[in-house]
Design a protein. Structure first.
Ligand code: ADP
Ligand code: GLC
Length: 498
């Protein structure tokens, strides 16, 4: 079985800003349970060192462009025991603030150097240059922060095979041209078929151009990113590499997100005891200052507050929800204008609209457990995890038909309801009216208890645990190895027939 170096910039519960953290916190352990030998590599941010107290140095990394050596620290991932390596370089990672943004919400000015360092450390380990005896067969890098990893490995043979997973193509790690020199990268990489992207240095292109295999987090998103609409300028490159690109649906950590054992929620329940959700609803109404109205359909939304997530559409739909005598609770942080708009809405409609601005893991669990419906009107969604949590918690997801949302929620159309396969409301169209029409459908189903119950139960029966998806990653690793060996064969013996 494969030895896998899993390189990531976040992993829950050590550090998380979104779904990448959830995936990196749970996929490696499942791969391990399937027989892979996995090491997780991430930066030793201050928060991570605070949470992973028992670590010890295993190597000194003498990497280019650093004024002092970095250290590789080893610990065990909380809950799973996966061996975790941290790149410890205090000038880059020991600071208060987020992994990507400073305390004022601006990208750290030295992000290019900080994440080139992560990639360099990964490459050093992969190529046996880090002074540790373990070497992977596969380097699995994730998102732009790790995009340079295959770049630093590309000219060395033999080397492990490389896999790059796109969690969100909208975030590309674009920097000024001057960074190329600062990072000590050769000018030969400054071409449109390498790292240049319209006059900027693109980290994500490193992953997309130089990895043996590419994946993204749902089959539909794998197709969408090959179109100009959702390709963010990289659709041509992705079409060119289409034979190397697969879509593998994210799984969820079904221990962390389990209504039967969730310790954050007021009352645990399963499909047979769904009425217990009422207690969670009452508690949530109390927690957020909503009227204690058990009849009002309660709609939840937990999200990064950015345009991708259709927050503006949700805001435009609030007056309809009030008209339908529903309540709505928002939890999120992100763009200032959305944060302000949500605060204003809550102030204008006390008892009916609640907005918690901030990041609160426990509150996210409580909303999933208490709400009747969950809103995800995303403009694009590579996979999305909250609709999967919602299904598990018997909270009917209302989603736009894009990316992973289209792949995981089955619309409550008349035929699907009759066949007993519907799990949520899926709508087309990208304006507020389309969302309002979807909410209208949700409200009338809610008023029909037997239909609603069958929708909820069907959702709760779905299995989005990692087991199936992790097996697809193992297949992907196998393909990467075969393609890599084939490429090496060709390079070493150019005249050989296939
Ligand atoms: P994305 O990664 O694009 O943000 P996902 O649906 O894949 O979207 O994952 C989002 C993850 O982040 C979920 O676990 C969700 O509960 C969590 N999350 C987002 N915003 C918040 C918040 N303000 N407080 C707590 N959890 C949040
Ligand atoms: C990204 C995407 C989200 C996906 C997550 C984990 O942040 O926006 O759709 O679920 O990564 O893969």
């Amino acid at each position: 079985m494969f030895k896998v170096l899993f390189v990531t910039s976040e992993a829950h519960p050590l550090i998380k800003t979104g779904g990448l953290g959830d995936v990196s916190g749970s996929l490696p352990a499942t791969l391990q349970s399937l027989g892979c030998d996995v090491r997780l590599l991430l930066p030793a941010y201050r928060t991570v060192l605070d949470r992973l107290t028992s670590v010890s140095p295993v190597a000194q990394l003498n990497l280019p462009q650093l004024v002092a050596p970095a250290r590789l620290l080893e610990g065990r991932f909380p809950g799973t025991g996966v061996t975790t390596w941290l790149v410890d370089y205090p000038p880059a990672y020991d600071r208060s603030g987020g992994p990507y943004l400073d305390p004022l919400g601006q990208p750290w000015g030295d992000n290019a150097g900080r994440f080139a360092l992560l990639a360099r450390a990964a490459a050093a380990i992969a190529l046996g240059q880090a002074g540790v005896s373990w070497q992977p067969d596969i380097v699995h890098a994730n998102d732009w922060q790790t995009g340079l990893t295959p770049v630093f490995m590309k000219d060395t043979y033999p080397r492990p095979a490389t896999v790059f997973t796109i969690h969100n193509l909208a975030y590309q790690g674009l920097f000024d041209q001057a960074e190329l020199g600062h990072l000590g990268l050769p000018w030969s990489l400054w071409t449109p078929d390498s790292l240049e992207f319209y006059g900027r240095l693109s980290f994500i292109k490193g992953g997309l151009v130089y990895s043996d295999m590419l994946s993204t987090v749902s089959p539909t998103y794998a197709r969408e990113i090959q179109t100009p609409d959702l390709g963010f300028g990289l659709d041509g490159l992705l079409r060119h590499r289409a034979d190397r690109l697969v879509g593998i649906l994210n799984g969820i950590d079904d221990k962390e997100w389990d209504p039967q054992h969730d310790s954050w929620i007021v009352r645990n329940y399963d499909a047979a005891h769904i009425s217990a959700k009422r207690d969670n609803k009452r508690a949530l109404q109390h927690e957020h200052g909503l009227d204690p109205d058990s009849q009002a359909p309660l709609v939840g939304m937990v999200s990064r507050l950015v345009r991708q997530k259709g927050v503006d559409l949700a805001i435009s739909a609030v007056s309809y929800l009030l008209h339908a005598r529903a309540q709505i609770v928002f939890l999120g942080n992100g763009e200032r204008s959305y944060e302000d708009a949500l605060r204003r809405l809550a102030a204008r409609h006390p008892g009916r609209v609640a907005a918690r601005i901030g990041y609160d893991e426990a509150a996210a669990h409580r909303i999933e457990s208490a709400a009747d419906m969950f809103l995800m009107p995303s403009r694009f969604e590579p996979c999305g995890l909250n609709q999967l949590y919602s299904l598990r918690y018997g909270t009917v997801p209302i989603v736009r038909r894009v990316g992973g949302l289209a792949d995981t929620v089955i619309d409550a159309s008349e035929p699907n309801l009759r066949a007993g396969v519907a799990t949520g409301i899926v709508f087309d169209g990208d304006d507020a009216n389309a969302l309002i029409a979807a909410l209208g459908r949700a409200m009338s189903l809610y008023r029909n208890p037997s239909r609603w119950r069958s929708l909820v139960h069907c959702g709760m029966r779905q299995d989005f645990s990692w087991r199936a998806s992790a097996q697809h990653y193992i297949d992907l690793y196998r393909s990467a190895r075969i393609l890599h060996d084939h490429t090496i064969g060709k390079n070493q013996n150019p005249g050989a027939s296939p």
